[in-house]
Design a binder for this molecule. Structure first.
Ligand SMILES: [Zn+2]
Length: 106
């Protein structure tokens, strides 16, 4: 049996870690570039990598928020596509999983 309260805690902890990470990346991105031109080009490439990391952190945060909303309205653990159980094992691995494994792999 899935412990929803435990999952809620896991999701909130994860969201906390991710928002700290996203803020750190945001801080890195705001650091002014090196005045040396060649260095700047490398720094710009680095920024793209950082932006990618920030976006993936923000994307995961939005998925976590959606999962927390499903906990609140009592639909957590049901696939958002076919409404079958997502499965405890899958939720243990990906607590914010919105779909069962067969819908997610389509
Ligand atoms: Zn499904």
């Amino acid at each position: 049996m899935l412990d929803v309260n435990k999952m809620k805690q896991v999701l909130m902890d994860r969201r906390q870690i991710l928002s700290v990470k996203a803020e750190e990346i945001e801080g890195e991105l705001r650091t002014p570039g090196d005045p040396d031109f060649a260095e700047q080009a490398t720094a710009a490439e680095g920024d793209e990598v950082l932006e990618g990391l920030e976006n993936s952190a923000l994307l995961e945060i939005s998925k976590i928020n959606a999962a927390l909303a499903r906990i609140e309205n009592g639909t957590y653990g049901a696939c958002t596509t076919c409404e079958e159980p997502v499965g405890d094992k899958r939720l243990e691995t990906i607590p914010h999983a919105a779909q069962c494994i067969s819908c997610a792999s389509e």
